[in-house]
Ligand binder design. Structure first.
Ligand code: NI
Length: 173
């Protein structure tokens, strides 16, 4: 398995809507393994397949702290089936928007239906950081970034900054 290059803002692939997974093939298992390798290497707590350039509805999450055992969860075709009226605020970041952090308000508790790597249907109720992380990653599958939840002013400023950095990288290459 392999660490893959991350897709970075303002790459247009981040706006793409990802396709559902049909059956769990060896390719899907390999994709999930690559995503976990890439996520741990970054390091990050969540990743969507499009962030390594694959437009499939696959997300990986691991909230274990550095001194804890790994606890990866792979969600195929995750869908929010219920969300609380109560909201929670977390400072969010994204491996596709490196070193940029802002507070985002989202439902504090969600129920999520998904398929696991054995092809079995699962449903979990998530709260706290896990709820925020799942919503952030599912957003990626629909081409939505956490900066889309910010004011237009903040979002535009962020995109401008990353567009400038991308140009500088191109010139350097
Ligand atoms: Ni992200």
């Amino acid at each position: 398995m392999a660490i893959k290059p991350l897709v970075i803002l303002p790459d247009p692939r981040l706006k793409q809507v990802s396709e559902p997974v049909g059956v769990v093939t060896p390719d899907i298992r390999a994709l999930a393994a690559d995503m976990l390798d890439t996520m741990y290497d970054a390091p990050g707590i969540g990743l969507a397949a499009i962030q390594i350039g694959v437009a499939k509805r696959v997300i990986t999450i691991d909230l274990a702290k550095q001194d804890e055992d790994k606890n990866p969860i792979v969600f195929l075709n995750p869908e929010i089936t219920w969300e609380s009226d109560e909201l929670g605020i977390y400072e969010e970041g994204c491996l596709s928007i490196p070193e940029y952090y802002e507070e985002v308000e989202r439902p504090a508790v969600v129920k999520v239906r998904y398929m696991d790597l054995d092809g079995k249907a699962q449903e979990i109720e998530a709260s706290g950081l896990l709820a925020t992380c799942i919503q952030h990653e599912i957003d990626h599958l629909d081409g939505v970034l956490f900066i889309d939840h910010l004011s237009k002013l903040k979002r535009d400023r962020c995109i401008k900054k990353f567009a400038k950095q991308a140009k500088e990288r191109e010139r350097g290459a």
